[in-house]
Design a protein around this ligand. Sequence first.
Ligand code: ATP
Ligand code: MG
Length: 437
Amino acid sequence: MDEKNNSRKVEKLLAVKGMNDILPPDSARWEALEERVRQLMRRFAYENIRTPIVEPTALFVRGLGEVTDIVEKEMYSFEDRLNGEALTLRPENTAGVVRAVIENNLLYNGGKRLYYMGPMFRHERPQRGRYRQFHQIGAEALGFSGGEVDAELILMAHALWQEIGLQDVALQINSLGQPEERNLHRSALIGHFEAHMDVLDEEAKRRLHLNPLRLLDSKNPAMQAVIEAAPRLIDFLGEASRAHLQTVCNVLDANGVAYSINPRLVRGMDYYNLTVFEFVTTKLGAQGTICAGGRYDYLMEQVGGKPAPAVGWAIGVERVLELLKEQTSASAMAPLHAYAIVTDSQDLPQVMRSLQALRAAGASVLMQASGAEGMPSMKAQFKRADASGALFALIFGADEMAQGSVTIKALRDASVAQQTLAVTELPQWAERLQSKA
Ligand code: ATP
Ligand code: MG
């Protein structure tokens, strides 16, 4: 190594602002939620789909709509350095799923129910519950037009809240109707806001004629009163749209799921029609929406596929975990079964064979690793075994190694006597351990 490099202090590299490391022990809470979601999806017969994190920019521009927060100001877009292609880190995954469904002709013999989990990217101002890399769990049902499937998705999210013990989550529903109904409402909306130009901010003025529905989604406190007084889309709905909403409500009523109709509810993307919904909590301040979704019957066409109806939702994982933390003390992780204490590093290959057999029998085992000076003192090893939270210490000392045995000491329960077993008996020991748990 050259001397100059050695003496210079190397600048510390930090994570990108708004993008977080998820570290142990917190990561165990993530895994636990993900595992629950996998089981839930299996029970509802939704299949997993994994699409690329990078997509052509045009997919989001066409899919989400040009006059949306995401497309106007939140996308991480870049040019492929080698071929100049316009690419974007996915800000959401409905458009990606729809692209994949079209590209792979997944609807060739009927509908498809899909789910995904993964990181999304939006250039927003980082704050609690709002990050630049965040994670969504999403479910999409494609090829179904009936309101029952909208309701099925809502029941599925509701079931998740119940299973993880989330309280104080309120469900709001609205209908955005169909394009013709929206056009009628649009004219009324423009008229209304034009009569209140003085309270509109710059963004609202710019969007007024491009996409007036977006104004209803504004978070500007100064505009809330005039938004409150705006004509309601729900009053412009025809028979069929009202019937669709009624179907959703009937299923929710039959299942005892509480909801309120919120005629002001609109969603951030253009692709929605008919049913839209949000699960909201008051516990996270302005970042209270933990799940949002709705029907998007025109998106398939919009991105170049054969028309097909669809409906879906996305959950904000960080927000859900934040709520869980607030509500309950972190639920205990599955405990570590055993910590292997080894006196002579020469014995490690032999010891590791026993540990492999133990793991094959389903036990979790953490092994003391050797350092530059061989194995740490017994005292130090016992200290670490204790700190690891392991239920048992497995002691591989000189006597044990000579006899092909292991001494097992309970670390959490003083009433359990220490015992010495032949290492060949370890797998049975592990099985007994788990049947007791
Ligand atoms: P908001 O109004 O809070 O910006 P949104 O309408 O942009 O939300 P969606 O695009 O519908 O959100 O995404 C679905 C869910 O993903 C949100 O309800 C939220 O829980 C979560 N989410 C969205 N953006 C972020 C972010 N930047 N950081 C963390 N979670 C987010
Ligand atoms: Mg947003």
